[in-house]
Design a protein around this ligand. Structure first.
Ligand code: UD1
Ligand code: CA
Length: 486
C-alpha cells in the first residue's frame, strides 16, 4: 500500500512545463549574390516566395503570434507579401549581419511581457526545413540544457558554409568558422552550420553584446555566439539533420533552382504515390497545393498551378498550363490549352489551343476546341464550340452548337454586355452576336449573320446581305483585257 502511494506521488510530481518558444526568421538581407532588384526572400521556388515556405513551416511548430520575421532590405515589400500570415515583424533598418538581426529583435524576444524560454532562429533563405526537424532541434536543445544548439549537416561539398568546430570528448561546439575566415585545415571539415539554431533566450541576450565586427565582412555574425558562449563556459552543442537537403540555402540563382527541383520532384512523387501517372515528371511544374485524382495521366511539359484540382481519369496533354481551376473526372485537355480560374465539368474535352480565361464554366461533356477563347461564360452540358471563337460574358445553355468563327461582341468601348444563348440553339459559322442580345431556345442563326436584335425561340435569324450573281461577268472582263493588250 505504502509502495503504491509512493509510485503515485512520484508520477504526479510536477514535470517541468514545456518551454515557451519563439521563432525568429532572419529575412532582412539583400541577397547581393542574386544580382536582383527583388529581395532574396521574395524570389519564388515551388511556386511561392522562399520566405512564405519558411513561415508556413514555422507555423506548424508555434502559433503565428510567436513568430518574428526580421525584415530590412525592401522591408515594406517583404511585409506586404507575407502579412496575411499574421506573424510579427521586426525592422532591421540597417543590415549589419545575422548577429545584428538578433540584436534588433531583443525587445520582441526578451522584452517585458515577452518571456520566451527558447528562441529558434530560422533563415529566411533556407525554405526546405521541415517542422519535424525544427521540433527535433528544439527538444534536443531543451534536453541538453544548452545555451546554443546548432543545427548542422554533413555535406559532400561544404564550400561557402560556416564550419562547425568541435573539441573534446563530449564533442561540444567551440566555434563556427565562416568560409572566408577558415584555415585550410578547417575548410576540410564537412560538418556545416545550417544557419538554424536554438538559443536559451536569457543567455542569448545576456551575451549577444559581446559580438564584434572584427571579421572579413565587418558584420556581427550570429555564428560567433558559439565562440562567445564557449569562452563564457556555457554549453554549445550541435545536432545533425538526417537529410542534409533540408538545410540547403539559396544564395545564388543556381542554388535556388536546386531547391525548386527538389520541391517539384517531391510533389510529383507524392502524386505518383497517389495513383497519378506523370510522364517525364522533371519537365512538369506542379504547385504544392494542387490535387489530382487517381488514374489521371499528365503528359510532359504540363504546368498545374495554384489551387488547381483535377479529378480522376483525366488526361492532361503536353504544354497545357492550368492555374487555380477545378476540373471534373474524365476530362481530356488537349495540347497547349491555357486555363485560369475556371471550372470544367466531367467528361468535357478542351483544346488543342483553347484559352479559358477567368470565370469560364464548361459544363459536363461540353467541348471547347481549337483557338477558342472564353471569359466569364457558362457553357451548358453537351454544348460545343469547336473552332476559332471568342465567347465572353455569355450564358450558353445545353446542347448548343457554336459554329466556327462565332464572336460575342461583348464590349462597346465603355461597358461589357451579356449574350444569352438558350438550350438547343444552333449558331452558324462566322456569326457576330452584338451584346446585349438573346437567342431563344431552339433557334437557328444563319452563317455569317450579324445579330443585333433578340431572336425568338425556334426562329431562324438571317442578318447578312442577300447574295447576288452576275452571269458571265468574269468572262467579259477577261475578254476585255485581251482586246486592250492587242
Ligand atoms: C549564414 C551563416 C553560415 C551558414 C549559412 C547557412 C553567418 C555569418 N553565416 O551564411 O555559417 O553556413 O548561413 O546557410 O550567419 N540576414 C538578416 N540581416 C542581416 C544579414 C542577413 O536578416 O543583417 C538574413 C538574410 O536575409 C538571410 C539570413 O539572414 O536570410 C542568412 O544570411 P546570409 O547572408 O544568407 O548568410 P550566409 O552567408 O548564407
Ligand atoms: Ca544564406
Amino acid at each position: 500500500m505504502a509502495k503504491a502511494s509512493k509510485t503515485k506521488s512520484r508520477s504526479s510530481l510536477p514535470t517541468s512545463p514545456p518551454p515557451r518558444i519563439a521563432i525568429a526568421i532572419m529575412a532582412a538581407g539583400k541577397g547581393t549574390r542574386l544580382k536582383s532588384k527583388h529581395p532574396k526572400v521574395l524570389h519564388e521556388i515551388g511556386g511561392k516566395p522562399i520566405l512564405a515556405h519558411v513561415i508556413a513551416t514555422a507555423e506548424r511548430v508555434v502559433p503565428s503570434e510567436d513568430i518574428f520575421v526580421i525584415i530590412g532590405h525592401e522591408a515594406e515589400r517583404v511585409r506586404e507579401a507575407v502579412a496575411g500570415t499574421g506573424v510579427n515583424f521586426v525592422l532591421q533598418a540597417e543590415q549589419r549581419g545575422t548577429g545584428h538581426a538578433l540584436m534588433v529583435a531583443r525587445q520582441a524576444l526578451s522584452g517585458k511581457g515577452n518571456s520566451y524560454d527558447q528562441v529558434i532562429v530560422l533563415s529566411g533563405d533556407a525554405p526546405l526545413i521541415t517542422a519535424a526537424t525544427i521540433r527535433k532541434l528544439s527538444d534536443f536543445h531543451s534536453a541538453q540544457k544548452a545555451a546554443m544548439t546548432v543545427l548542422s549537416a554533413d555535406l559532400d561539398n561544404p564550400y561557402g558554409y560556416g564550419r562547425v568546430i568541435r573539441k573534446g570528448a563530449r564533442a561540444e561546439v567551440t566555434a563556427i568558422v565562416e568560409e572566408r575566415s577558415a584555415t585550410p585545415q578547417q575548410k576540410k571539415i564537412r560538418e556545416i552550420n545550417s544557419g538554424l539554431y536554438a538559443f536559451a533566450a536569457a543567455s542569448l541576450y545576456e551575451h549577444i553584446d559581446r559580438l564584434s565586427t572584427a571579421n572579413p565582412h565587418g558584420e556581427y555574425y550570429l555564428t560567433d555566439m558559439a565562440g562567445v558562449f564557449h569562452r563564457a563556459r556555457q554549453k554549445v552543442v550541435a545536432i545533425k539533420t538526417s537529410d542534409a537537403g533540408e538545410v540547403l540555402g539559396s544564395n545564388t540563382r543556381a542554388e535556388m533552382m536546386v531547391l525548386d527541383v527538389r520541391l517539384r520532384m517531391a510533389k510529383c512523387r507524392e502524386l505518383l504515390e497517389a495513383g497519378v501517372t506523370i510522364f517525364y515528371p522533371h519537365t512538369c511544374v506542379i504547385d504544392r497545393e494542387v490535387e489530382v485524382g487517381a488514374d489521371t495521366v499528365i503528359e510532359p511539359f504540363v504546368q498545374l498551378l495554384g489551387h488547381t484540382k483535377i479529378g480522376a481519369d483525366c488526361r492532361i496533354r503536353s504544354y497545357s498550363v492550368i492555374a487555380n481551376s477545378v476540373i471534373g473526372e474524365r476530362v481530356t485537355v488537349k495540347p497547349g490549352t491555357i486555363m485560369e480560374d475556371s471550372r470544367v465539368g466531367a467528361g468535357a474535352v478542351l483544346g488543342p489551343y483553347s484559352h479559358l480565361r477567368p470565370g469560364s464554366e464548361v459544363g459536363e461533356g461540353a467541348h471547347v476546341g481549337n483557338f477558342v477563347e472564353t471569359k466569364k461564360i457558362k457553357l451548358g452540358k453537351g454544348s460545343k464550340a469547336n473552332h476559332l471563337s471568342y465567347l465572353g460574358d455569355a450564358e450558353i445553355g445545353e446542347g448548343v452548337n457554336i459554329g466556327a468563327g462565332t464572336i460575342t461582341c461583348n464590349y462597346d468601348g465603355v461597358n461589357k454586355h451579356q449574350t444569352v444563348i438558350e438550350d438547343g440553339v444552333f449558331i452558324g459559322s462566322d456569326a457576330t452576336l452584338v451584346a446585349p442580345v438573346k437567342i431563344g431556345r431552339g433557334a437557328y442563326v444563319a452563317a455569317a449573320s450579324c445579330i443585333t436584335e433578340d431572336v425568338p425561340a425556334d426562329a431562324l435569324a438571317l442578318g447578312r446581305a442577300r447574295q447576288s450573281v452576275k452571269e458571265g461577268w468574269a468572262r467579259a472582263k477577261r475578254e476585255g483585257q485581251k482586246e486592250k493588250s492587242r
